[in-house]
Design a binder for this molecule. Structure first.
Ligand code: GLN
Length: 550
């Protein structure tokens, strides 16, 4: 009986795979999120997962220069930044099950081998690794919570490391029949000298996929300009794909417009039709369209400076950028986001860099590099009463700057930066001190935080208790709490179980607030994070004040 139920479940859930060809960085994550949004807007329950072919167990140990921001799920998984897109588009939380790497697949299989689970058999890529990939692909579907599971396969077709994934998709396609659909995303370049767009790379990429046993059902062509009907006809003909299933995803000013671009071409209907799912509901994208309309009609600007050390690589702060944009859009403002390199901030240039801004956000991060610039920026922001938001390391810097310059604790620091500091304002917790491994050893995931009534944080969240996500090792040293509070820096958010500091504020200032947690991981298009809303509101007020003085 259980077996039948399980079988029924597997048949009921529909699996959509998204692969990419020609080049990387085409935006598979955005296309997956956009299709997910459309299916959700038709009333279906959707989740999106990412399978990454690299050997790291998770991206937690990766430098942001490698893969951009490390996103964190509520259950404390350090995940690929595409999971951030999935959450921002679908407004549903992801978990560890939504992001698998080759490292985890091999680790599971090797653990099984050591336990003797394979009963003396030779352990091989096919079937053992592919079986483990397939098992992981089906985990969320087997919960019975979803009508559609969209699986994005990282990397580009043709990569050596993608092969076991493509083979697993081939097998599942065979096993699941109509309940499985393959979408391939490729690139159609425009050759300026010839004044022509070229479909050959797409043809080659599809051939490669066919050689590996997969005939895509739908092609999405990434292109800078809209393609003619002729081009789509040609691609359909050469690639064995129905003409209406050749969808184009041309460049649009905002990633949040992509669902509409796909909807215009009926992509959701094509998917439902191919998977033999009856279309029962009209697309309900009202809320989404209102958001986009705000974005398009916004006339006034809000100017925010983001002080961090990865400014050459905006993807390193992806969730912060998007949270600011979402909040600004709700207030019908254009976001003018300026990246300020913390290594380049000096006493001499700080006024030039920050004075004209409406709000300053000091970014999260690790290690010593660029930290002194953050202190200089924060001192300026505090003394000039600029709306200022410190996130994780940014909050720690707020506290350290206050210790040094207001409490007179010269050389105060976090032991992350200086083991011998005379004032260990931030330090490792006892249980962290003996850890020797890096991966997954931080305070990770969602923790409760009690907010003090009357604080900015409480006003923003309109709640006594919130849960936000963490990713850090060092904690505020509560031995100093009294000294800080006496001089005006208040601890307005505290973890109820441990007493650890979560939110600091200087109530005498307009909006000066730091969070040990990362509110940016919990901000979506339909539900922007309340702290980001409150910060942008304060920045808009600042902007009006500055303008009225001109
Ligand atoms: N490096 C700091 C810590 O580990 C802050 C981390 C962060 O900003 N995510 O505590």
């Amino acid at each position: 009986m259980r077996l039948i139920a399980k079988f029924f479940q597997v048949i009921k859930t529909k699996y959509i795979f998204v692969t990419g060809g020609v080049v990387s960085s085409l935006g598979k994550g955005i296309v997956s999120s956009s299709l997910g949004k459309l299916l959700q807007a038709r009333g279906y329950k959707v989740t999106i997962q990412k399978f990454d072919p690299y050997i790291n167990i998770d991206p937690g140990t990766l430098n942001p220069y490698e893969h951009g921001e490390c996103y964190v799920t509520v259950d404390g998984h350090e995940a690929d930044l595409d999971l951030g897109h999935y959450e921002r588009f679908l407004n549903t939380p992801t978990t560890k099950a939504n992001n698998i790497t080759t490292g985890r697949i091999y680790q599971n299989v090797i653990d099984m081998e050591r336990r003797g689970d394979f009963l003396g058999k030779t352990v091989q890529v096919v079937p053992h690794i592919t079986d483990e990939i397939k098992r992981n692909i089906m985990i969320l579907g087997n919960t019975g919570n979803y009508d559609f599971v969209i699986t994005e396969i990282g990397g580009t077709v043709g990569d050596i490391e993608s092969l076991p994934y493509i083979e697993s998709v081939r097998q599942l396609r065979w096993e699941l029949g109509k309940n499985c659909l393959c979408i391939h995303l490729t690139y159609v370049p425009y050759i300026a000298a010839a004044k022509e767009v070229k479909t050959k790379p797409t043809q080659h990429s599809v051939k490669l996929l066919q050689e590996q046993g997969i005939q895509p059902n739908i092609l999405v062509l990434r292109t800078e300009k809209e393609l003619s009907k002729n081009i789509c006809h040609k691609v359909a003909l050469f690639c064995n794909v129905d003409e209406d299933a050749v969808i184009q995803s041309y460049d649009v000013p905002s990633i949040y417009e992509v669902p509409l671009v796909l909807a215009q071409q009926g992509m959701d209907e094509i998917v439902l039709h191919k998977m033999e799912v009856p279309i029962e509901r009209e697309l309900d994208l009202d809320h989404w369209k209102k958001f986009l309309n705000n974005m398009k009609t916004a006339e006034q600007t809000v100017r925010i400076g983001l002080v961090g050390k990865y400014v050459e690589l905006p993807d390193a702060y992806k969730s912060i950028n998007e949270s600011l944009l979402q909040a600004a859009t709700y207030y019908k403002r254009k976001l003018d986001l300026r990246f300020i390199h913390s290594e380049k901030v000096t006493e001499e240039n700080v006024a030039d860099l920050l004075m004209g801004l409406d709000g300053i956000l000091v970014a999260p991060g690790f290690g010593q590099r660029g930290i002194e610039g953050k202190f200089i920026a924060l001192k300026f922001a505090r003394e000039n009463n600029k709306p200022t938001f410190g996130v994780c390391l940014g909050m720690q810097c707020m506290v350290i700057e206050f210790a040094r310059n207001v409490l007179g604790m010269s050389g105060a620091n976090s032991t992350e930066m200086d083991m011998d500091t005379p004032y260990k304002v931030f330090d490792l917790m006892e249980e962290q001190k003996n850890l020797t491994t890096m991966g997954g050893s931080m305070r990770l995931g969602a923790y409760d935080c009690i907010l003090e009534k009357g604080s900015i944080a409480h006003q923003a969240y309109q709640s006594d208790l919130v849960r936000e996500r963490h990713r850090h090792r060092f904690e505020f040293n509560n031995n100093y709490k009294k000294q800080f509070e006496e001089k005006g820096m208040k601890y307005t958010g505290v973890n109820p179980g441990t007493g650890l500091a979560e939110v600091v504020e200087i109530p005498g200032l307009k909006w000066y607030l730091g969070t040990q947690f990362h509110p940016e991981y919990n901000s979506t298009v339909t539900k922007p994070n309340p702290l980001f809303m409150s910060f942008i509101e304060a920045a808009i007020k600042e902007n009006q004040e500055v303008l009225s003085k001109l």
